[in-house]
Design a protein around this ligand. Sequence first.
Ligand code: BTN
Length: 264
Amino acid sequence: MDPFTHNRDLRNLMLRETFVRTVESYAEIDSTNTRALAIVGDVSVEHPCLIIAERQTAGRGRGANRWWSSEGSLTFSLLLSHDIRGLPLARWPELSLTVGTAVCETVRTFLPAGDVRLKWPNDVFLNNRKTCGVLVEVPPAPQGTIVIGIGLNVNNSLQRAPEELRQTAIAMCDVADQPLSPDRVLVSLLNELERQMKLLQKAPDQVRATWRKFDLLLGRNVTVGHEHGAITGTAQGIDDDGALLIQTQAGLRNVYGGVVQSFD
Ligand code: BTN
């Protein structure tokens, strides 16, 4: 077995049932995104490349966030290039929302009674608690390559977690009231992501309608932090180009980057 194949069955399943062409699986790694960035220029790695780990010792999140992976969670990154070839760089903010949209659709398929929402740009909430975080990174080279890192709470129940954490996070199994198959969730998610990325290029209005349907922030008071400070106002929805629209006292602002610090 090669050093990158911790789970051979998982690797074979992903190659058979999804669009990924390379799989690296690890029992433990620092961060699957960091690994993806390290092999981004390796021409022997066929894309899409899936890097998946049971545990991360230095999982990274958006802004100052860290990401703890515990047993039963799905922790992986996708290294993509040709699947987004038709999408100009200026439209990549839409790609970020599309990832969150695909996760929402997948979670809803497994939990039809759950309240699934997209918190701009790509956090996924389930019954008002965060169940998935996404970290999209664009390496400086080669152009046209992107790393999509996803941490999804599937079977890592938070029911016995400290109260403080239980107020803010949830796993899919906490709503299902039984364990789910992380492998089946992953197959569905990758297939949904492939479908949504194709739609984004051929019929973008369909993807936009879906992310609007899941919009958690619409009509809420939000504060978004970015490198030049913070913007506070009422969220007015998500624009076609992926911007969060915020009605501030100074007028309507289109926000492309940053982290939502609070919403009520
Ligand atoms: C966030 O909520 O701020 C984003 C969290 C993203 C976590 C995932 S887990 C897999 C991938 N590897 C990382 O180091 N981070 C992402």
